[in-house]
Design a protein around this ligand. Structure first.
Ligand code: C5P
Length: 309
């Protein structure tokens, strides 16, 4: 429900990317989605979305950043679809309008929920811009309609995900974790990775549980225990489609990571470091080896999509 006329202000929202500390995958459901048991951690690799009002019925988007040319700047963009969906439930798409600029830092189609972060940012931004009376749980439900990872990008921090990954329970996590992200110079599509998972695992089974040691490690703030329990059931599928990822994972371990894992459906490889100094050394070493397009450092957990600036 709209509570007042659209404002003329500018709204800025910052939304995080994610890594799955555990990604346990079951056999495909009749709707094609795979049931998951997953642990998400939100990382300090952010997309920043600025929204200003536009004439009613107009939804515009511009993208800036290194990989901007890889992102659709039209109505197919998930942020625009998010805005239209929110408007349609609060009086109609023709009652509102918005113009977005997204500064992308989260790798595009990298397995870190970059598109989902932008949708989460758009929902939060439009709710404020249009002064809508929406609850966090309504935003979560809308997010789930847009994509499986959108609800987590709204929630942030550390959470257990079930269903498609959109049924979330926050979990206790102590301390901060230092990551080095290797961005390989290869592309991978999420549906293709899930299809290869199906080929490699023809017997549909429920998703295995997340390792209890991971949850214990997180609640105790024990980075080595967390590292020893990272698991990604999509990793064999991602590596079989892009064998170069095995080289990247080996390089990170050789350069001193406690553990390395493909992030989500990849191709980003996420390496956990013992502390900040170790992460600085690891990122320098990985950049020097030249096995990937770019190297980034990030910390987690961080909050979900929120107003800033
Ligand atoms: O929900 P989202 O659009 O982000 O998912 C992208 C694709 O990833 C889906 O179309 C589906 O092929 C695959 N997927 C899946 N099971 C999940 C999440 C995603 O099969 N739990």
């Amino acid at each position: 429900m709209k509570t007042s006329a659209p404002g003329t202000e500018r709204v800025r929202v910052r939304a995080p990317g994610k890594v799955n500390l555990a990604l346990r995958v079951g056999g495909a459901r009749p709707d094609g989605y795979h049931p998951l048991n997953t642990v998400f951690q939100a990382l300090s690799l952010f997309d920043d979305l600025t929204a200003v009002p536009a004439p009613a019925g107009e939804y515009r988007i511009g993208i800036v950043g290194d990989q901007a040319h890889l992102v659709p700047a039209d109505g197919s963009n998930l942020a625009v679809r998010a805005a239209r969906l929110l408007a349609s439930l609060h009086g109609g798409e023709d009652h509102f309008g918005a113009a977005f600029e997204i500064r992308k830092t989260i790798p595009v189609t990298g397995g870190m929920a970059g598109g989902s972060a932008d949708a989460a940012a758009a929902l939060v931004a439009c709710a404020h811009l249009w002064r809508l009376d929406v609850s966090p749980s309504e935003l979560q439900d809308l997010g789930g309609e847009l994509g499986a990872d959108v609800p987590f990008c709204l929630l942030g921090s550390t959470a257990l995900g079930r269903g498609r990954g959109d049924e979330l329970v926050p979990i206790l996590s102590r301390g901060g974790y230092h990551w080095v992200l290797a961005l390989p110079d290869v592309e991978l599509s999420t549906p293709a990775v899930f299809r290869r998972f199906d080929e490699l695992n023809p017997d549909a089974a429920p998703p295995p549980p997340v390792p209890p040691g991971l949850l214990e490690g997180l609640s105790g703030g024990d980075v080595r225990r967390v590292a020893a329990n990272l698991v990604n059931d999509l990793q064999p599928a991602a590596v079989s489609l892009r064998p170069h990822l095995a080289e990247v994972l080996d390089a990170g371990l050789a350069a001193g990571a406690l553990a390395g894992i493909v992030s989500g459906s990849g191709p980003t490889c996420a390496f956990l470091a013992a502390n900040e100094d170790a992460a600085v050394r690891l990122s320098g070493a990985l950049a020097g080896i030249g096995v990937c397009r770019a190297v980034r450092r990030a910390c987690g957990p961080v909050p979900g999509a929120r107003l800033f600036g």
